[in-house]
Design a protein around this ligand. Structure first.
Ligand code: PNZ
Length: 398
């Protein structure tokens, strides 16, 4: 039986010697030790919604990145999908597949470069197919906006940088690369446009949002450029927005909030800017910081954001001292809790919504049904150098 294979170790000869000695002396051999029952991932079915996904860049050996999976309730490690050199990952809308964006070099760290979007089976954790794309994808940390998909799940979108910025489009239904969109040059990060099934928006160098709408052929059908939303020189924004069903919430390095409401034709309406900070906060130089550092829970319309005091020029990626919570309807802070040095977050929607945070290695899970996040548990060592944590709550999940 396989079970005995676990016993074969350097101790085996000692053990058999002892057993021989024992029987020679008429002593009863010890009963076999219980064999560990391996239940994670293999014999227990854990659906996509029962899992937490950690995109681990393993920054000190980036050629070996991977997507780690954990049981959401027990924290147990379930398995992983390899994502090669500095990969990016996202789930299909139905949760059945994992999409990986990565780069292969013929000689691992040199030689001919091939960029691909891979489709993996999220139940078997097995490779399904790959779609080759132009070898231009951005070599970036795991910011959400580097690898997205349209709201209908039909097209996967890849942020390119050569360093000229463009966006590659992959048709998931036909398994084909359809277009490299170059008219997004000078704009950065892919944001599926709320309320529009086949559109994405991107943040341009003059502070405008550019919204592209794709046709059934996966090529640009129309585009709309907004007025500048924010002044790029005096109030730069973090590229990660919070998402409402009908809006996007951006926050600047100085704690100002910009809300964009997409219109049916891809135009944007902007609401008056407001600040996260009051005079007491400003006196202590509280500022936002992190990577995927904010998120919105759309049902409660609450904004969650990592904050630290003593902010200075360059502290915009500092870990969270606290998590601040805002009611987007009233613009009032409704809670603040310890940040546990987290760098990135995401929200799992649902009846009992959860906030997931990651500090590079450890995942913290919070129940966010009420205004004040209630700490639930920690998954220790969920990644080596991981800046993206995700859950799945059905088709509407972002
Ligand atoms: C982490 C990875 C990479 C970098 C910062 C932090 N700026 C590079 N991390 O914590 O996993």
């Amino acid at each position: 039986m396989k079970k005995t294979a676990f016993r074969i170790s350097t101790g085996v000869s000692l053990l058999s010697a002892a057993l021989l000695l024992g029987s020679a002396m008429g002593v009863q051999a010890a009963p076999p030790l219980p064999v560990e029952q391996l239940t994670g991932g293999h014999t227990v079915k854990v659906t996509p919604a029962d899992r937490i996904y950690v995109m681990d860049s393993v920054f000190s050996h980036l050629t070996d990145s991977r997507l780690n999976m954990f049981d959401r309730s027990s924290g147990k490690f379930l398995g992983m999908i390899p994502s090669s050199f500095n990969g990016q990952a996202q789930l299909s809308k139905d949760g059945k597949n994992v999409y990986i964006l990565t780069t292969y070099y013929e000689r691992v760290t040199r030689g001919a470069r091939t960029d691909v979007v891979e489709i993996w089976d999220n139940e078997k954790l097995s490779f399904v197919r790959e779609i080759k794309i132009p070898s231009k994808r951005a070599g970036a940390l795991n910011y959400d906006g580097m690898f997205r998909q349209t709201a209908d799940g039909r097209f996967v979108l890849v942020q390119n940088a050569t360093p000229a910025a463009s966006v590659s489009v992959v048709d998931i239904k036909n398994g084909a690369f359809t277009d490299e969109i170059t008219s997004t040059a000078g704009c950065w990060s892919i944001i599926p446009t709320p309320g529009l099934a086949r559109s994405f928006s991107t943040i341009c160098g003059d502070g405008a949002l550019l919204t592209m709408t794709l046709g059934d052929d996966g090529k640009v059908a129309s585009q709309k450029r907004s007025e500048p939303m924010f002044p790029v020189k005096t109030d730069p924004i973090f590229i990660t927005p919070g998402r409402l069903s009908d809006g996007l919430v951006f926050v600047s390095f100085y704690g100002n909030v910009y809300t964009a409401r997409p219109q049916k034709d891809g135009a944007m309406k902007f609401e008056p800017t407001w600040s996260l900070l009051d005079d007491a906060d400003r006196a202590k130089n509280w500022v936002p910081g992190g990577y995927n550092l904010l998120a919105v829970e759309p049902r409660s319309q609450r904004l969650y954001i990592f904050m630290h005091p003593d902010g200075v020029e360059g502290s915009h990626k500092n870990p969270a001292a606290e998590i601040w919570v805002y009611d987007l309807k009233t613009h009032k802070r409704v809670a603040r809790v310890p940040g546990k040095d987290a760098l990135s977050m995401s929200i799992i929607q649902g009846k009992t919504p959860q906030l997931l945070t990651i500090d590079g290695g450890n995942v913290n899970i919070y129940d966010i049904s009420a205004a004040e996040p209630k700490f639930v548990s920690t998954i220790k060592g969920a990644g080596e150098a991981a800046l993206q944590v995700m859950g799945y709550a059905g088709d509407g999940n972002e």
